[in-house]
Design a protein around this ligand. Structure first.
Ligand SMILES: [Mn+2]
Length: 448
């Protein structure tokens, strides 16, 4: 027992409590790609074809970056979001061609680069054309990108399915160029895909839940290690250690760990300051898992206890967030939620921020969509069940080196919302409780 308690104290935070990811529906893909949720991706492709009427859709995968030519610190391959949304595979340089003929007949073709054993010595095994790829992706027609030629596939599809050529490619004349002598209309398919992506299906929600779970665990780990005298990057290290330790693929965005004066800088990510007693630390972080990212912010007192002044400002931000969350339901807009939040802040500021209301220090928007991108696609939309977004009020008072932001990720339900990031302590009582339980002496936060 003694040993297990000791091990629990020195082990990585909460590593033993991680629930397993859902069981894979098929075998893992070569190259360590995760299993494809075949029916979900097929449903997305069919939903896209429902939307375009007649025509052909051509979606390129991302290409692998080159150590010799690109920024080497950022050489990790990450799949193109649109290609991933429609296929679930992380294979570089592939293409997806979808078509719907005037007869209504639909065709889905995946073009994969031929495998290259010599290159695979360097880059690892890749998914190549063949029956194995068809089985693993659920796309029956998998062809060789090299021998079948992309242009011919697109041209043939356009012959059978006249209409427009839809693509995500920048420089859409290049897409037409791929189809040779094609001189019909070329359309941007991105707005259609974005309008689909803003409402998440169950497979997307599972990835988001896992990314968010990992992120809330990282917040708890950070709360437990934070001490005056530490540097911000040491908190960042604990956070990003926890991300990888729990299976995150990468950060969804650079981790923000801003203490004292840096707590009032919205996107501070240098993280080099030495933290002092009395500082608040804003930690705005998000793990990425399965191409989906979390975005959760907590603000903590590095000494383990909020001062009276910090406590008042913190609770105003928290009350503002609760007011906004209480107003979430289908049919509401971001603009309306923002108004609810600002009205609450104005009505409850008292003299906390001088003669004016504290909402003068609430200098950013309340919400943004969340998904494969941290500021996800979706634009102006009325809330519907299945949408996921952030609720993040803040108050930043530079003249006091006092910044507070509280950010949670919510899922719109039929009647309101589910807070997906509840796992990270949010109230003063819960934050101080966790910080004290990590062996920290009780102080008044002022350094004594
Ligand atoms: Mn955010």
């Amino acid at each position: 027992m003694r040993l297990s308690i000791l091990m629990a104290l020195i082990a990585a935070p909460a590593a033993a409590q991680v629930p397993d990811p859902p069981p894979p529906p098929v075998a893992e893909l070569p190259g360590a790609g995760r299993p494809v949720a075949i029916s979900a991706h097929a449903a997305r492709r069919q939903a896209l074809l429902d939307r375009i009427g007649a025509g052909v859709v051509a979606i390129p995968a991302a290409t692998r970056r080159d150590l010799e030519h690109h920024v080497i610190q950022d050489n990790d391959f990450r799949q193109d979001d649109y290609f991933f949304y429609l296929t679930g595979i992380e294979t570089p340089s592939a293409w997806l061609i979808l078509s719907v003929a005037t007869t209504g007949q639909r065709q889905v073709t995946l073009l994969l680069p031929d495998r290259n054993p010599r290159m695979e010595r360097w880059t690892g095994q890749k998914l190549g054309p063949g029956t194995e790829a068809a089985r693993l992706t659920g796309i029956a027609d998998v062809r060789s990108l090299n021998s079948d030629h992309l242009g011919r596939t697109i041209r043939d599809a356009l012959t059978l399915s006249p209409g427009a050529l839809y693509t995500t490619m920048y420089g859409r004349e290049r897409a037409a160029g791929l189809a040779g002598a094609y001189d019909g209309p070329v359309e941007n398919v991105i707005p259609i895909l974005d309008s689909m992506r803003v409402v998440k299906d169950s497979v997307e929600l599972a990835a988001l839940r896992r990314a968010i779970y990992i992120t809330t665990e990282a917040h708890k780990a950070a709360m437990q290690v934070a001490r005056p005298g530490m540097y911000e990057y040491q908190i960042e290290a604990t956070i990003e250690y926890t991300f990888r330790n729990l299976g995150a693929d990468r950060v969804g965005f650079p981790s923000i760990v801003g203490s004292g004066p840096n707590s009032t800088v919205l996107h501070y990510d240098v993280n080099r300051r030495k933290m002092e007693h009395g500082d608040l630390v804003v930690m705005d972080i998000g793990a990425e898992y399965g191409q989906y990212t979390a975005d959760v912010t907590r603000t903590i007192p590095v000494g383990g206890q909020f001062t009276a002044r910090q406590r008042q400002v913190y609770n105003l931000v928290l009350g503002t967030q609760r007011a906004a969350m209480d107003a979430i339901r289908p049919g509401v807009t971001f603009r309306e939620l923002n108004e609810v939040a600002r009205r609450y802040m104005r009505d409850h500021s008292g003299d906390l921020c001088g003669a004016q209301s504290c909402d003068q220090y609430f200098v950013h928007g309340l919400s943004h969509w969340l998904g494969m991108r941290v500021h996800d696609v979706g634009g102006n939309r009325v809330l519907e069940p299945g949408m996921v977004f952030t609720v993040e009020p803040g108050i930043y008072i530079p003249e006091e080196n006092l910044g507070v932001r509280i950010e949670d990720d919510v899922l719109v339900t039929e009647s309101g919302c589910e807070v997906l990031s509840d796992g990270a302590p949010r109230t003063i009582e819960d934050i101080e409780g966790l910080m004290h339980s990590a062996g920290r002496p009780k102080t008044d936060g002022s350094g004594q």
